[in-house]
Ligand binder design. Structure first.
Ligand code: HEM
Length: 201
């Protein structure tokens, strides 16, 4: 399907790109690059990357956030109070790596390191009240390959959370369903929730 969309777009844009047209949405820009011969078949790959990078990450994060909130009513009450008031804000050590080595770093390795986060497996958002050193809390990684959509992702999640928390009452159908890793964490029974608008006071 995507290949067909790109083919159509390419036909539509050919003349305009040859006349020097710039701009448009990401797909238009990628196709323009294709027409100018700057990139080859990477258009489809990039769109697929973006869909997965942008969709599953956000939806899984939101799902796991609600799961944690359901398990921690005190945190939830605090969040609710804060959400009513305002919006929040978020934000390597020097090793010598021998030539030829491949390095596999995972965020879990750092995020579960008790050196940086005491009692790391406890859900405790208050730990972020004190400043965390740079490159220690890195869900979006950092440096030149930092997630290209991290601002959008944070905003998206925050807005979603804000509206659900302030407008709805909800509960998890299976509070303790197991979490599977595939490769992102997600509840095994797909986390059905009961949700209803908050009564108007
Ligand atoms: C909770 C949501 C998200 C998380 C946790 C997340 C996490 C990450 C991480 C860790 C990387 C680095 C991968 C690597 O090279 O090792 C990355 C890369 C990337 N992310 Fe995200 N991401 C999220 C949402 C998004 C969204 C919404 C978009 C686009 C709208 C996006 C687009 C990208 C792209 C294009 C890259 C590749 C950047 C590059 O290699 O230059 N991500 N993301």
């Amino acid at each position: 399907m995507l290949v067909e969309i790109v083919r159509k777009k390419r036909q539509e844009k050919k003349k305009r790109v040859e006349e020097g047209e710039e701009g448009g949405i990401l797909l238009s820009r990628l196709v323009a690059g294709l027409i100018r011969g700057e990139i080859k078949e990477e258009v489809v790959d990039n769109v697929v990357l973006l869909v997965f990078a942008a969709h599953d990450t956000i939806s899984f994060t939101i799902a796991m956030t609600f799961r944690m909130l359901a398990h921690h009513p005190t945190c939830y009450a605090l969040l609710y109070q804060n959400m009513l008031k305002a919006i929040v804000d978020i934000e390597y050590e020097g090793y010598t790596i021998p030539r030829g080595w491949k390095v596999l770093w995972t965020a879990y390795g750092t995020h579960y390191n008790p050196k940086y986060f005491g009692d790391p497996s406890t859900f405790d958002p208050s730990r972020f009240e004190d400043a965390v050193p740079p490159y220690v809390f890195v869900p979006f990684e950092g440096g030149p390959r930092v997630c290209a959509g991290y601002q959008l992702a944070k905003l998206n999640i925050l807005i979603f959370l804000h509206f659900v928390v302030t407008h709805y009452d909800w509960s998890l159908r299976y509070l303790d369903e197991p979490i599977t890793m595939d490769p992102l964490p997600f509840p095994f029974q797909e986390m059905p929730i009961k949700i209803s608008p908050k009564p108007i006071i």
